[in-house]
Ligand binder design. Structure first.
Ligand SMILES: Nc1nc2c(c(=O)[nH]1)N[C@H]1C(S)=C(S)[C@@H](COP(=O)(O)OP(=O)(O)OC[C@H]3O[C@@H](n4cnc5c(=O)[nH]c(N)nc54)[C@H](O)[C@@H]3O)O[C@H]1N2
Ligand SMILES: Nc1nc2c(c(=O)[nH]1)N[C@H]1C(S)=C(S)[C@@H](COP(=O)(O)OP(=O)(O)OC[C@H]3O[C@@H](n4cnc5c(=O)[nH]c(N)nc54)[C@H](O)[C@@H]3O)O[C@H]1N2
Ligand code: SF4
Ligand SMILES: [Mo]
Length: 872
């Protein structure tokens, strides 16, 4: 559209936060006459790419505002029948009626048991929205929070194992290489710095500088795509077999090369803790603290006894305590590693043995054990090697061992949260100068770091398994799940029945996730959730809404949202992991809400008010921000809008600079170097030997025996509850045979954010030019041998007869034993016509049985054994 100059009454740029994915890059929007017309990055911020670089999706975000398919009023289902392919017969209703329906239902359920309400949340609203608030919200209703959450594939595909160990090792949500100082990076199923993952553009900028500096980056991935294609070296690996390679590298370091950072192992890990024959710690009779052996004094002492110097603690030997034989847990650990030879790992993973050896050598050579670096006058141990992972490798039934093995090599050389090594997202955020809100790590039981923010989870120690289960996710029993897998599994009724879960879910309420299609087998998801009254806040009618939604409330998009609360969560989720200043962006409305859309946080507040739990929610907010000033605290009986609450919180957090920060749209202050490289600043220990799992196993097996829950029949592998990172075949591999002889897997398309951007016309146009977004990739040679060529339409079928069709695209850089399906295509919602009918859907092929989920962390098997054949 062109304007005559005299018709322009407004032409301005507004600083805000990009909301197209959870990375929360600083963004500015040009607004002409109230209409957003262009999006760019903000040059000075550390939240974003080089020279104000946003990614392609970010600049295309404009279409969130301009999409005519957005819902504009609450939509009520009038057809009581539910399911895929059923017309919901939507009827537009007024907000007042919508609130009446919601609160009447909720009040009735609450009289009985609030745990009958499930809450949804969405990973993508994490940094442009109040990530943690939905959890407090649920708590205000009296719900055991992480047991009653469903958020699409979020966490089950992408985080459970990583967040669990990220929390316990780094006090953080996620990990990244220290791009600034590293020399040697190993990536295991993660595109950090090349397109996806946390802080995507920030990492891309930091990585680009590192590449210019000449780092070596080795990517283990079934496909040489975004990460592999840009790496120094791409090594094809079969999905779910990273553990084997990781353990072989650990064995090389410990038993072949014998070069370790011994001081680190003695000072910063639990390897020195003495264990009994059964593998559990011996503990001090009074303090209950684990014990260590001081070689200099020849005495057994509490692990934190200041009279024992770190270097004198024993990593080997055998001792006696109260007549019992005890030894440092490093002794069996070292012995255990011996079985994992490089040849063995090569056979399992298909990575050539010579390559594994080369990487293992490169790792130790580059680790520079014993070296130090002085930055700004402060000296730190220098370990310029990083080993990182995220969704790719952890999304398997052996997920917890995958992540533990990938972490182990860094532990052995002391490369954790020191310059050059693997960093957690800054675990520590100091208060803004003159402001008040601060998050730091504390040291808890057994010397383990207690993460400041650990999702909805108990931080540490995690509660002991107990029954009866009180929530749909049964997190009473499966205690390590960031989010629970149980709501999705086929055997859910049996599990609830046996474990005594009485609160059969009756209602689902929250921010839209596409949980019917973005996790696993669609039919099981429909079966498990369709009897609930489903209320989602959404921009469109998505697949889940269409299949089982009852009432869909129109949300504002990030362009119309006044979301001050993007500020707090930004630090642990999407800030820069590196040593560079804090930039924390607010999300400011650049346009008026479309139709009658309302920000979901205000809807939350209204519903809480009407149901009578608003005071409880407000109290949680006071608590979360630790607001001490009585003037700023939300008081009982006060009913504020989200913006009004923001006025108080921002004053608390930024003090006198609040107005200035609101005006410029972001706050910036110095991040101190000790808060980035905190490992030697805080006296804590990594629980590398996962002793707690022994106790969990005992407790769980006792529960299973008492309740008659037949976990063996459900093929839940309790052997994974072992303190030693070990090899377990992923369930997908066990399904391989002569007929189902390929492993299908999925990867993020750099052009897309999950399934949301399939509805973005700009992104769609680019996708049509991309040979991969809407296709299924096969290795070129393999395709030729099997008679497939580009453009062929094939059917992919799993062992349970579930099928998906797609178009073949061959590529050299892919393992010949796998097939790759990009992102989350194969969508069909009528409410998203741009997305409809493009690409193939991978998730429906993932079986939703308990055995396909990691028995410890609950993440799911995201590879599946399939056969493929041509169709017309
Ligand atoms: N095949 C395959 N499946 C995957 C993955 C994969 O790589 N491949 N990845 C997995 C991972 S890691 C994740 S986190 C999940 C994500 O899966 P989902 O959470 O289901 O996907 P999203 O696209 O993030 O968002 C879900 C829905 O939110 C709605 N939405 C979008 N923007 C807004 C908004 O501003 N406000 C509101 N109220 N609603 C909005 C849209 O209707 C969208 O359908 O998928 C998992 N599933
Ligand atoms: N562009 C973009 N960025 C995003 C998102 C998005 O949708 N688009 N989503 C956000 C979300 S919700 C998440 S969870 C993160 C995820 O970010 P990442 O963790 O980077 O996730 P993916 O790109 O799905 O997977 C990474 C790589 O793992 C490979 N892979 C699959 N299985 C295995 C395996 O078993 N072992 C190994 N070694 N590799 C494997 C895939 O081929 C892929 O290249 O990204 C976030 N950022
Ligand atoms: S990485 Fe995410 S937050 Fe940053 S510009 Fe791209 S879509 Fe926006
Ligand atoms: Mo995710």
């Amino acid at each position: 559209m062109t304007y005559k100059t005299d018709e322009i009454w407004e032409d301005k740029w507004v600083n805000t936060t990009c909301g197209v994915c959870y990375c929360g890059c600083g963004a500015k929007v040009r607004v002409v006459n109230g209409v957003p017309v262009k999006i760019e990055g903000i040059k000075e911020t550390t939240m974003g790419g080089t020279n104000a670089g946003l990614c392609g999706k970010g600049v295309a975000g404009l279409m969130y505002y301009h999409d005519p398919n957005r819902i504009k009023k609450p939509m009520l289902r009038t057809n009581p029948e539910k399911g895929i392919g059923v017309d919901p017969k939507w009827k537009e209703i007024e907000w007042e009626e919508a609130y009446e329906i919601i609160t009447t239902k909720m009040k009735k359920i609450m009289e009985d048991d609030p745990n009958k309400i499930l809450f949804t949340n969405q990973t993508m609203r994490a940094s442009d929205g109040p990530h943690n608030h939905p959890y407090f919200y649920a708590q205000a209703f009296g719900v055991k929070n992480n047991g009653n959450f469903i958020i699409g594939g979020g966490s089950l595909h992408c985080g459970n194992a990583c967040h669990m160990l990220g929390g316990l090792i780094h006090g953080a949500w996620s990990i990244a290489p220290d791009w600034r100082y590293t020399k040697y990076v190993l990536k295991w199923g993660s595109s950090k710095g090349t397109g996806s993952g946390h802080s995507a553009m920030t990492n891309a900028r930091l990585r680009a500088d590192a590449v210019r500096r000449g780092i070596k980056e080795i990517v283990f991935d079934p496909m040489g795509n975004f990460a592999g294609g840009k790496a120094t070296e791409w090594l094809a690996i079969l999905p779910g077999t990273d553990t084997a390679v990781g353990l072989a590298i650990a064995n090389y370091i410990v038993n072949m090369r014998g070069e370790m950072d011994e001081l680190y192992l003695k000072a910063k890990t639990n390897f020195v803790y003495l264990i009994k024959e059964d593998g559990t710690y011996i503990r001090h009779e009074k303090s209950n603290k684990p014990l260590v052996y001081d070689t200099k004094a020849g005495e057994i002492k509490e692990y934190d006894d200041q009279s024992a110097a770190w270097e004198d603690l024993a990593l080997d030997g055998e001792y006696e305590y109260n007549g019992e034989k005890v030894r440092p847990c490093f002794v069996p650990f070292k012995e255990h590693l011996k079985q994992f030879t490089i040849e063995w790992a090569s056979e399992i993973s298909t990575v050539p043995a010579a390559k594994i050896l080369e990487v293992a050598k490169g790792w130790v050579d580059n680790a520079q054990i014993g070296s130090t670096i002085t930055i700004e006058g402060k000296t730190f141990p220098y370990r310029p090697v990083s080993s990182v992972t995220f969704r790719g490798s952890q999304g398997h039934t052996n997920g917890i061992h995958q992540v533990a093995a990938i972490d182990l090599m860094a532990q052995l050389v002391g490369a954790e949260d020191v310059p050059g090594g693997t960093l957690g997202w800054p675990a520590i955020r100091r208060a803004y100068p003159g402001g008040n809100y601060e998050q730091t790590c504390k040291v808890g039981t057994d010397g383990v770091i207690v993460p400041s923010v650990f999702y909805s989870h108990d931080p540490w120690p995690v509660h002991a398994p107990s029954y009866p289960a009180t929530n749909m996710g049964c997190v009473d029993v499966w205690t390590h799940c960031t989010l629970s897998h149980i709501p999705y599994v086929e055997e859910v009724d049996y599990i609830h029945d046996k474990l005594g879960m009485k609160a059969k879910p009756e209602m689902i309420f929250g921010i839209s996730a596409n949980f019917i299609i973005s996790n696993s087998d669609w039919d099981t998801a429909v079966k498990n959730f369709k009897d609930c009254f489903v209320v989602q806040n959404d921009l469109w009618i998505n697949e889940t809404d269409q299949a089982i939604g009852d009432l869909i409330l129109p949300d504002v998009s990030y362009l119309e949202k006044d979301c001050w609360s993007s500020e707090i969560d930004a630090f642990f989720f999407s800030g820069s992991p590196s040593y560079e200043d804090w930039y924390v962006h607010l999300q400011k409305p650049v346009a008026k809400p479309i139709g009658e859309s309302r920000f979901f946080m205000d809807v939350y507040l209204e519903v809480a008010h009407r149901v009578g739990v608003l005071d409880k929610f407000n109290a949680k907010l006071n608590d979360y921000y630790r607001i001490e000033d009585p003037e700023l605290q939300i008081k009982p009986g006060e009913k504020l809008t989200w913006k009004e609450i923001g006025e108080r919180v921002l004053r608390w957090v930024y003090g006198p600079d609040k107005e200035k920060i609101e005006e410029q749209g972001y706050a910036t202050w110095h991040k101190s170097i000790e808060d980035v490289y905190w490992r030697w600043e805080i006296d804590s220990r990594c629980p590398v030997y996962m002793e707690y799992l022994i106790h969990d196993r005992r407790n769980m097996e006792k529960i299973f025996e008492e309740t008659g829950f037949d976990y063996k029949k459900l093929e839940m592998d309790m052997d994974q509850y072992t303190p030693l990172p070990s090899w377990f075949w992923p369930e997908s591999h066990k399904d391989l045979d002569d007929e189902y002889d390929l492993l299908a897997f999925s990867y993020r398309d750099i052009l897309h954010t999950n399934n949301t951007t399939f509805q973005n016309p700009y992104v769609d146009e680019v996708s049509q030019m991309c040979p991969y977004t809407f296709t299924i990739t096969l290795n070129t040679t393999m395709a030729k041998e099997r008679g497939f060529k580009d453009g062929d339409i094939i059917c992919i079928e799993n062992k349970y007869g579930v099928k998906e069709k797609g178009i073949v695209k061959t590529m050299e850089a892919q393992s010949p034993k796998v097939i790759g399906i990009a992102g989350q295509g194969g969508l069909w919602a009528d409410g998203r016509p741009i997305a409809k009918g493009k690409g193939a859907n991978f998730c429906k092929l993932l079986p939703a049985k308990l055995k396909y989920f990691d028995p410890v962390a609950g993440n799911m098997e995201t590879a599946v054994a399939v056969k493929i054949y041509k169709v017309n």
